[in-house]
Write a protein that binds this ligand. Structure first.
Ligand code: G
Ligand code: G
Ligand code: MN
Ligand code: NA
Length: 250
């Protein structure tokens, strides 16, 4: 298809970009890391969402080429940040079913020179479910190398709690569907409170996604949520704008 060809060309021409969104420690109100989010604007097709082109690359069998290029780009950007800041990178479902993924990712950050302890990988439950055994092995290998792993979009997938029992994660990211309603409905507030409390017991760090208003941040802090992310703290921005954002803070 035209879209597929355009994407293949964009990867070769290095036109798929990485943007970065701050993740904040709510206990200290300081930026502790950034999530890398892929951005692609084609000359003819216009803006294409990663929720479209990542699955396309998976289906058409070139997710490795795309993901390698994205990780390389993100890791390079992270090299120029203060070194205590982490880089959080989203893994696709297909990557989690390929036993070669851990070695591949570690090789890339090795080449770039990014300390594995600064890398965090976001995986979703849907991705884990495709092949839990392989996913489990990939996660163990990465964690053994010092990479942290977070469970993304928590609360929207299936069998979330079983996943937390059987897998070793470092962090849970509460889906923004709960955060966006935390001020409006009591149910969301209770659910977030329960997730925070459960994560405390499991010794998992919690990140609330999609914080758009100060009232949401205040409520999350009151509930004991340790970290947050969302437009209120910063929208995804390119590498240069991210450097500028950091220069105001450090
Ligand atoms: O940034 P945005 O809301 O458009 O992202 C849409 C979806 O695409 C999200 O689920 C996000 O996790 C995913 N996504 C964004 N960037 C990447 C990436 O670099 N790799 C993978 N696998 N998914 C990404
Ligand atoms: O699936 P994942 O959590 O990786 O997707 C992150 C997506 O959420 C990105 O596409 C990002 O652009 C989007 N996002 C980040 N912060 C906010 C926010 O505060 N509000 C909304 N609506 N979307 C957000
Ligand atoms: Mn994510
Ligand atoms: Na998420």
């Amino acid at each position: 298809t035209a879209l597929e060809q355009a994407l293949r060309n964009a990867i070769i021409a290095d036109e798929v970009d990485m943007h970065f969104q701050p993740i904040v420690d709510l206990r200290t109100d300081t930026v502790v890391g950034f999530e890398a989010l892929a951005r692609w604007c084609d000359a003819d097709l216009g803006y294409v969402s990663p929720s479209v082109f990542v699955p396309l690359a998976e289906e058409r069998g070139f997710i490795d080429a795309l993901a390698d290029a994205l990780l390389r780009k993100a890791a390079q950007a992270a090299l120029s940040w203060p070194k205590e800041l982490f880089l959080s990178f989203n893994l696709s479902s297909a990557q989690l079913t390929d036993p070669a993924t851990s070695a591949r990712l570690l090789a890339i950050i090795g080449q770039v020179g990014l300390d594995p302890r600064r890398l965090e990988l976001e995986i979703t439950e849907t991705a884990v479910m495709a092949d839990a055994n392989v996913a489990q092995r990939i996660v163990s290998e990465l964690r053994a190398a010092g990479v942290r792993v977070s469970l993304d979009d928590f609360g929207t997938g299936q069998s979330s709690l079983g996943r937390l029992r059987d897998f070793t994660f470092d962090k849970v990211k509460i889906d923004r569907a709960f955060v966006s309603r935390i001020s409006a409905d009591r149910a969301s507030e209770h659910i977030v409170r329960a997730i925070v409390s459960m994560c405390e017991g499991l010794e998992l760090e919690v990140v609330a996604e999609g914080i758009e208003h100060s009232s949401e941040a205040a409520k999350l802090k009151a509930l004991g949520c340790g970290m947050g992310q969302g437009y209120f703290y910063g929208k995804p921005a390119d590498a240069l704008a991210t450097m500028r954002y950091l220069s105001h803070r450090y």
